[in-house]
Design a protein around this ligand. Sequence first.
Ligand code: ADP
Length: 223
Amino acid sequence: MLGRKEGKVIELTRRQEIILDIVKSQGPVTGEQIAEQLQLTRAAIRADLAVLTMSGVLAARPRVGYYYVGNSVQSLFASRVRKIKVDEIKSVPIVVKDSSSVYESIVTMFLEDVGTLFVVNDKGMLVGVASRKDFLKVALGKSDIHQMPIGVIMTRMPNLITTTPEESIYEAARKIIEHQVDSLPVVKLAEPVDPKGKEEWEICGRITKTNLTKLLVELAEEK
Ligand code: ADP
């Protein structure tokens, strides 16, 4: 268990951890009561209580006793972030058809000022993702970018890393880090045309590193 003092993490001793557990479960509880449970004198635990109060883990009120405050600011921030849904910060996805040429797709990337394109089939269902590196790879070869369809170079289903509108932005951000990608398509399961057919996904947004950075700035500026 770690406490914090002026931003610095401090390590608690075993005895301090036990005191913390007592206060967490029984607080408010007096120093005398804590000492009694540990079969120690009040004086023996004075230093431990001082460490715990000074590091902001416990607070004390005269004649009431010690109570747990934890790293309340930090845990508030964590729970706030985990409650924000992808739907609240997603942006509009830039989409091209899988039959579009690599050349047309590059033009779209410049016009829309994005680093990633999402690729859909004739029915508008998500089939792939193409990013800058995919286009650079083509540039290294001898293919005719006017003839080659984007469907040939994209990363395709089922290898896509996706998120959903209901997912927490914390989970989405973790996926971006874990899979080392710049963005995730936000998808919804499409109504099946053929109930026995395979699952198809509609794209309804995108989450990018930019979305997440903007959110971080907003949260930091929150009063
Ligand atoms: P960049 O090409 O600018 O480095 P990325 O790091 O996002 O951008 O992409 C690297 C590779 O990962 C590319 O081949 C791309 O097709 C693929 N990729 C990008 N986003 C996803 C995703 N959400 N799921 C699966 N693959 C992706």
